[in-house]
Design a protein around this ligand. Structure first.
Ligand SMILES: C[S@@+](CC[C@H](N)C(=O)[O-])C[C@H]1O[C@@H](n2cnc3c(N)ncnc32)[C@H](O)[C@@H]1O
Length: 315
């Protein structure tokens, strides 16, 4: 019996997590809250930018290796995708795996998920498409949905890089516990020169800045906050020690903002830390995968070595 992720209504936690994060010493909001309708569409726009190398690079790797992936055991059963977004990369795999019978995309961005699921249904009418609007960082549930089907977990986009290293290992552990015999295809960004990295997260057209600033607009919309967007700046910083790009919103002056009726004070230069994007060497990622209960079976990369797609097996 294969277990699945228990649907959790993502919006329920928004207010409490935001208030807790804004009251911390280093103000911090989980990057999962960047993805409402507007944020998801802005993320899609980012993936089209010249500066944003990860999407086109990962797509190239998937395209080149799709036939190989189609021979994995799960490719004849059910594909469960974590953080599926527009499911654009999935189409490549679905085309290469005609024997898949179920596709279960899981994403926190509810409307975006439904739109993507509808597109997949139209393109693959014989596939059972079961979208799950959920926060996959929540405890994994025990939904016995797919008896007797091998499972292929698809986790692209280097979304795993958004987690602190210990959280990433824990998330992989949770996935393994919920889907104990699964195979996983997971996209992971690699370390590279600082200039390329910073440009990818602070593009000249300002799309990533708009994506980050949308978080303030979201709090204004959903939590009756009164952030003045012009008094915060988007920052993308390479933290070499942690091997990650950090996104922040930096207050340009001393100011007080009201969020859900609570005052939040900012000093000039103080930031809200809104996203981490860890970059992993093969050795560093293998360590996290092993800690999470997965063995690396294979690793595919592009010619320039910018990005990796790993095949993992639950152990
Ligand atoms: C970096 S984007 C990747 C999107 C897509 N998979 C790709 O490769 O282009 C991260 C995706 O994961 C979703 N996401 C982020 N955190 C999540 C969470 N905790 N639970 C469920 N979905 C999440 C976002 O809504 C978004 O679609």
């Amino acid at each position: 019996m294969t277990k699945h992720v228990l649907p959790v209504k993502p919006d329920d936690a928004f207010k409490s997590e935001i208030l807790a994060g804004l009251n911390a010493w280093q103000k911090k909001i989980s990057s999962k809250w960047l993805y409402d309708d507007v944020g998801s569409h802005l993320f899609e726009a980012i993936t089209e930018l010249d500066a944003y190398y990860p999407t086109r690079t990962e797509l190239g790797i998937l395209e080149k290796n799709a036939r190989k992936y189609s021979r994995l055991p799960g490719a004849r059963g059910a594909m469960v995708e974590l953080g599926s977004g527009s499911s654009r990369k999935t189409n490549l795999l679905l085309d290469a795996c005609p024997d898949l019978s179920v596709y279960m995309p899981i994403d926190i961005s509810t409307n975006h998920l439904r739109e993507a699921a509808d597109r997949i249904r139209r393109a693959h009418p014989s596939l059972a498409v079961i979208p799950v609007a959920a926060d996959f960082t929540q405890p994994l549930g025990q939904l016995p949905l797919l008896p007797e089907l091998p499972v292929l977990v698809f986790f692209p986009g280097s979304t795993i890089g958004n987690f602190e290293k210990s959280e990433a290992a824990q998330l992989l552990k949770n996935i393994r516990t919920a889907m104990p015999d699964a195979t996983m295809i997971i996209g992971v960004d690699r370390p590279k020169d600082e200039k390329t990295l910073v440009k990818a997260y602070d593009d000249p057209a300002g799309v990533t800045a708009a994506f980050n600033q949308n978080l303030m607009q979201r709090m204004n919309r959903e939590l009756e906050a009164n952030f003045d967007l012009s008094s915060f700046a988007h920052k993308a910083i390479w933290n070499a020690e942690e091997s990650r790009i950090e996104m922040h919103l930096e207050s340009l002056c001393d100011q007080a903002v009201s969020v859900a009726g609570e005052p939040v004070n900012f000093l000039k230069g103080e930031t809200i830390h809104t996203e981490n994007s860890h970059k992993y060497s093969e050795e560093a990622f293998a360590e996290i995968a092993n800690e999470g209960g997965w063995r690396v079976l294979d690793q595919d990369s592009d010619k320039k070595g910018l990005f990796s797609v790993y095949t993992l097996k639950a152990v």
